[in-house]
Design a protein around this ligand. Sequence first.
Ligand code: ADP
Ligand code: MG
Length: 728
Amino acid sequence: MVDWKTTTYAELATGLDKVLGAATAKAFRGLNCDTLGDLLRLLPRHLMSGTDVTDIAALIAQNRGGEEYVALMARVARVELKGQAPKQRLEVRLTDGRGWLTATFFGRSSLISYWQRVLSQSDRGVFAGKLGWFNDTPQLAHPAFVMVTDEGFVGSAQNTKMAARVSRSSFIGLYPQTSKLPTWTVAESIDLGLARVDGLPDPLPPWIRDAAGVCSLQDAFHGVHEPTSQDQYDQGKQRLLFDEAFAAQAAMAYRRMDVTTHTAVPRVTTEAGLLARFDARLPFQLTSEQVDVSDQISADLARTRPMQRLLQGEVGSGKTVVALRAMLTVVDAGGQAVLMAPTEVLAQQHAFTVTRLMGDLAQGGLLGGGDGTDVVLLTGSQTASAKGEAMERIASGQAGVIIGTHALLSTGIRFHDLGLVVIDEQHRFGVEQRTALTDQAGARPHVLVMTATPIPRSVAMTVFGDLDVSSLTQIPAGRAEVTTTVVDVGARPGWVDRAWARAGEEVAKGRQVYIVAPRIDQGDGKEGACVVDLAATLSRGPLAGVRLAVLHGRLPASEKAETMARFGAGQIDVLVATSMIEVGVDQPNASMMVISDAERFGVSQLHQLRGRIGRGAHPGVCLLLTSAVEGTPARERLEMVAATRDGFALAAADLAQRREGDVLGMSQSGRRSSLRLLRVLDHADIIDLARQVAEEVVRRDPAMTDPGVADMVADIEARAQADLDDSV
Ligand code: ADP
Ligand code: MG
């Protein structure tokens, strides 16, 4: 798949089955390792010098109730023989000076006396095994162990590998482990891995290593796995971190340069066209920010190189109008524009909004006079004939505005003259998919990416480093207030009924209401209210007589579309939905949202959900129903959401709690992610440095002749392509 240039990277890409055999390689999938490179980047979890001990209380707290494989370094406080032969057992009391843990050994008496002998060689050792619970007391049954003595490490026969391994370093690295892979098997596998890369050339040329101040890759691998000092370990880790940051930054720096070598058809704004007529019929005035951003975009569109711009803006800041204006600019200039949404519901919603905003301008084909342009929707679940008809209008150029989902990215669509691609809510797409759009020969379309998720600069550099950035920070004037209240259903059960009564009052005033719950139905084994049950209960009781509908991901696409359309048209009063309405749904008449089991949603998710109300002139009420008790972290997150509507503040708080992959929108499994060690929030400095170095690399070596850099970039692009192939 990838045409490797240097042997190090080719070697690191080797499948683990070739290095360790199929069975062990399969076990390593549990540690998210597929290749030799993954294996060598598996860092020890704890690095302990001969005098350290593991914090036993913390170890137990982390694994409470579970059946986890743990490894610890501890003192042996006491060794006791219990029971009568032949059912004797050896109880070993381990301590870190404060807490304690019992290790138990069963076996023939000859074995027991052998273990006793080994244990008596020192008062400290490394023990690794399954942490089980016996009468609510934690216990290690039959751990493997080595004792640390002045002469080195001694262990039972099965543990000699562990001893051999730890004796080469003055530190003991305890690796993450699984039931099939105890820590010393991981260590042994890593030794095999280290042997395979020994002597291979470094992918980074010396000048880059100097500029970055990092050690060689060889030293780095040995430094993290067999350190003789903490410093050596730190330097090794620094190099591995730098490589991850640099690979991503170099890929993006070359993409940025690559864009400048490609041409796009310039789409110059015309004086009297669709755009002018669209503006004239807009029911509101554009904010000054919207005007500024639109100007930036039209300047980009008028150039002969493809626009690559990110439009970042708070929920409700009015990105769609800006995007639509760009699309109409392109249509005026004779091209076609595509708007892609992450979900079908959102695509349909966009089609609805766009058609409404454009009015009779959206009927070019029907009028036949060429006055407007056709707006077509293309989604995966359409019937073959509907798709065929849409494709025909796309191919003929009759449709100027095309709205769809991912399906649009799949092959087989012919455009008449594609001028602009707008990608809404990019973070939902998986990061790298825009590459596919830019992969065509000849003139490329302009690209505008939109996201409502406020992201810190270091994240932006990593995820969107190949894009220019515009921001909308204001919420259009006249937007109503939204009051958010946390409702403690445990302490005030009566309030739940009040919430439903309040929803009924909103409906009586002609407003609409969203009710959100975490689950679809009972079938999924999770906890929290289900949309289906909640809807049934409400329509039988508190909301009887109200026009109520259900929306969730398992409904047929046509039903989802119809429900959204009816909610949009005001024919449904209350929509009981899962979090699928989180992005983009726009019904200005909706004034209330009740979120059941709110603690089951993330902070940013709640903020996005709440963004669905208060979009028109009507003040909004958002109720967060929760059973999370006051003072708990879950409850505090909800209080934070209630306290502010500042998306940036909430995102910053939220990011700290979420997994990196979620932040970056990387592939779900995270397996293909090129980021194994790098934490985008923690390592902003490294990312900054990597970006500077990457820019210098592109300046010095625009043709990417350096084989190592070429390999690192190829690796990133291959992962991006694989992600894309998965998602289409
Ligand atoms: P988002 O940035 O979340 O995608 P939208 O583009 O959906 O926001 O806009 C939210 C709502 O605000 C829509 O109903 C839209 O028509 C309206 N809107 C957009 N711009 C303005 C404006 N300048 N003045 C008043 N309302 C606006
Ligand atoms: Mg939007």
